[in-house]
Write a protein that binds this ligand. Structure first.
Ligand code: BGP
Length: 483
């Protein structure tokens, strides 16, 4: 590998999301969010995707892991101190919309919620850790999903604007790095988390998904405008899931299918949010998914706003790559699961226990593709290996598999930087164990810090350092040269 120094101000850190670790779901005036209505366990996605799911919380039937998270709400000082010990330069977290606006349609914010984030931010700054804030990470007030029908309703733009303006005004002088929506493109396959859309309120219909996206794009541009007015030094990005996508073979039919999948999944949202306009292939995509363009509510003013306020950088998550196979029958195809995406099995890759295909070279490709397409700074704001960790009798957690995964991905990042890519930073996902987004389980762990809590909610919640803790500390201390 060609040795390449990461920038001297490279943002090494870790990433989390409010609903997956804070807990305290109904404390200090917080309202219910869609994440609070998601039961835990492997049935989480099937339940959310069923025709009948309507966000009703049935406390007698399911465990709701997000209600407790890992109790970060009460233990954030201890957690930030551990991040500081690893030498984090930054910490990516999100703000729970429902702590600030419990129902989402209020006009006056909940001061107790704002105070929590003031304290969290100040704790980071005390340790010289730069906060990186996702304004909305896979949650929204439940009331907005149930009463307004989620993001397909244009009124959401105003509610989000009020929320974004409130937090940007309050924290924008001390927080430089922001993102508007987590993995905005995930709605293509799974609109429940990011758009508040399930089958019972229209999530099965692409007309709604594309309308919801448009509303989110407008809301995102409004946030960019506000951010720069509050503090011109703010850098505010979009955030997508990127899955490097290969054709299974050299058959041109599969190559074309790969091109289309890239457009639809990897690039549609960034094309709009970075370039400020809908891409050339939009009409054809609408047609393919039965979207009636005339029925979409897209105004001239919206389009002017998108053009005037594109994002400053591209944040993205990268866990795995995907392969496309159009020419084989379903029976012949070996389907794999993955980060809300799935695909066919790539014979050259190994997969995690959850079937996510591990592909460090794919990260170098992702970085080059994104950089060459947009020439905007890139920020890898999620990456990591979900795995079951074992606590040895002596209390050690030897997560060499995690170290190996991260090492190979950081090597790839180095290659991409040598290729000329402008890379701002790296925040591996779930730097402290937290609730899984796809399964609601605790046993799928990503952290450098172990949290004693099982899938049934048993455990002391004590924190302990895994082997990867010291390894990552060394990586940061040497700016990525000693892996
Ligand atoms: C991303 C989400 C995160 C996170 C991560 C890992 O898609 O942005 O919220 O959870 O994936 O996924 P999981 O928790 O399902 O393993």
């Amino acid at each position: 590998m060609e040795k390449q120094q990461f920038k001297s101000d490279f943002l090494w850190g870790g990433a989390t999301a409010a609903n997956q670790l804070e807990g305290a779901y109904n404390r200090d005036g917080k309202g219910l969010s869609v994440a609070d209505a998601m039961p835990g366990g492997k049935q989480r996605f099937p339940i959310l995707e069923s025709e009948t799911f309507d966000w009703t919380i049935d406390d007698n039937t399911y465990i709701y892991p997000n209600h407790r998270g890992i109790d970060h709400y009460d233990r954030f000082k201890e957690d930030i101190a551990l991040f500081a010990e690893m030498g984090f330069k930054c910490y990516r977290f999100s703000i729970a919309w429902t702590r600030i606006f419990p129902n989402g349609d209020e006009t006056t914010p909940n001061e107790a919620g704002l105070k929590f984030y003031d304290d969290l931010i100040d704790e980071c700054l005390k340790h010289s850790i730069e906060p990186v804030i996702t304004i909305s990470h896979y949650e929204m007030p439940l009331h907005l999903a149930k009463t307004y029908g989620g993001w397909k309703n244009r009124q959401l733009i105003d509610f989000y604007e009020t929320f974004a303006s409130t937090v940007l005004t309050r924290f924008g002088k001390k927080v430089t790095y922001w993102m508007t929506f987590n993995e905005i493109n995930s709605a293509f396959h799974f609109p429940a988390l990011s758009q508040g859309l399930v089958k019972s309120n229209g999530g099965g219909d692409y007309q709604n998904i594309f309308q919801a996206w448009h509303n989110q794009f407008v809301a995102s541009s409004k946030a960019v405008k506000i951010a720069h007015e509050v503090n011109p030094a703010i850098q505010i990005g979009c955030m997508i899931i990127y899955a490097t996508t290969y054709s299974i073979d050299a058959n041109p039919t599969n190559q074309v299918a790969t091109l289309i999948q890239n457009q639809e999944f990897n690039y549609f949202c960034t094309d709009v949010q970075v370039r400020g306009e809908y891409p050339a292939y939009t009409k054809r995509t609408y047609k393919k998914y039965g979207v009636d363009e005339q029925a979409l509510e897209i105004t001239k003013e919206d389009l002017a706003l998108l053009k005037a306020y594109p994002v400053d950088y591209i944040g993205f998550s990268y866990y795995m790559s995907s392969a496309v196979n159009e020419t084989m029958t379903v029976e012949e195809t070996d389907v794999v699961t993955g980060n809300l995406l799935g695909g066919v099995r790539n014979p050259f890759l190994e997969a995690s226990e959850w079937g996510w295909q591990i592909d460090p070279d794919g990260l170098r490709i992702a970085l080059n593709e994104l950089y060459n397409r947009y020439e905007k700074p890139l920020f890898i704001v999620e990456n990591g290996l979900g795995a079951i960790d074992t606590v040895e009798e002596d209390g050690q957690i030897n997560d060499d598999y995690r170290i190996d995964y991260l090492r190979r991905h950081i090597e790839s990042m180095g290659e991409a930087v040598a290729d000329g890519v402008d890379l701002m930073g790296y925040t591996p996902w779930g730097c402290i164990d937290l609730v899984s987004a796809s399964t609601g389980e605790m046993s799928k762990r990503y952290g450098f810090v172990y949290v004693d809590l099982d899938d049934e909610g048993n455990g002391t919640l004590n924190r302990s350092k895994k082997k990867s803790f010291d390894w990552y500390k060394k990586v940061i201390a040497t700016n990525g040269t000693d892996l």
